[in-house]
Ligand binder design. Structure first.
Ligand code: HEM
Length: 285
């Protein structure tokens, strides 16, 4: 078996090493918080929140690999996709285990809670989806299923990501800031994939337009959520969005949008330069 920090050829890979450290760091941090009694008065509940947060972060990171690979022309990024996917599964499994621990391993009660509470049911369906994707992530599975069927199956990530996001929204109840940021990133990444489908994946103007659209939608959806749940005037939420010091979800959406637009611009300029450097083609009769 190849060491986790090496690529398929056996050479040391910085990318895989960074991904490995990023995958392990939150778990180590959680162990540290537990050992130093820094998880508050309900440590298991705090750990459930911690692992849920990291599950969804790694899910978004997994989803980001393909659009960033296309936009930034970084083929090597594919080398960490499976890694990130399995890390997502690992944190999700820990998240569920902690929930079962919180219910004193009473599996009948756990099953009843999942069946009765909609947000748990959605989270559970997303978790089953992750189990299937993790179980079929090996080279042997790709061979057995055939590349086309495997790719089709792994498109399930586009179903389980919205389920996971709805789970995060519903459990958050009133403060949906984190869930909104995650939702904005997911929509941006899916929109970038759609741009690729329509042949505009590397066009900076199209990328910027998508980024602005996602930021605007983020602000409107958050305002609508507050209005529906708390009756807060949506104008107040939109006004708060204009305050950069408040780090509202819309600023995260804009930041991510700016980043992908910059990558598209830098790549376009690099392409143009490379084109100028090419020897002129002389037409022959
Ligand atoms: C892919 C699957 C899942 C993802 C991505 C996920 C993600 C999350 C996230 C992001 C949070 C909120 C963390 C925070 O804001 O502090 C959360 C909370 C929670 N999740 Fe999950 N989750 C998943 C599956 C499950 C499953 C299967 C269960 C249990 C059956 C579960 C039970 C909980 C509970 C109990 C909370 C805390 C709710 C509260 O304290 O009110 N999750 N999850």
């Amino acid at each position: 078996m190849t060491a986790l920090w090496r690529d398929r050829t056996g050479a040391f890979s910085w990318l895989r090493t960074v991904a490995l450290v990023a995958a392990i760091a939150p778990a180590l941090w959680l162990v540290w918080l537990a050992l130093t009694h820094d998880l508050g008065s309900r440590p298991i509940n705090a750990a459930i929140h911690f692992t849920g947060t990291w599950t969804i972060r790694f899910l978004i990171a997994t989803l980001a690999v393909t659009p960033l690979r296309v936009l930034g022309r970084w083929p090597k990024l594919i080398g960490i996709r499976r890694y990130l996917g399995l890390t997502t599964f690992g944190y999700a499994a820990l998240h569920l285990t902690l929930y079962i621990l919180d219910q004193h391993f009473d599996l009948i009660h756990v099953a009843a809670e999942i069946a009765l509470r909609f947000y748990l049911l959605i989270g559970f369906v997303a978790f089953i989806g992750l189990c299937i994707l993790a179980a079929t992530s090996t080279d042997a599975s790709i061979k057995r299923l055939g590349a086309q069927r495997w790719t089709k199956l792994h498109k399930a990530i586009f179903i389980l990501t919205p389920l996971a996001i709805v789970h995060a929204f519903l459990q958050a109840k009133i403060d949906v800031t984190d869930a909104t940021i995650i939702a904005a990133f997911a929509v941006l990444l899916i929109a970038l994939r759609l741009l690729k489908r329509y042949g505009n994946a590397e066009n900076p103007v199209a990328v910027a337009a998508v980024a602005l659209g996602v930021a605007l939608a983020t602000a409107l959806i958050e305002a609508a959520w507050f209005a529906l749940l708390t009756g807060v005037d949506p104008r107040l939420v939109l006004e708060a969005d204009l305050d950069i010091t408040m780090a509202r979800p819309v600023w995260y959406a804009l930041g991510a949008g700016l980043l992908v637009t910059l990558i598209a611009i830098v790549r376009r300029n690099a392409r143009r330069k490379a084109g100028q450097g090419q020897p002129m083609r002389v037409r022959t009769a």
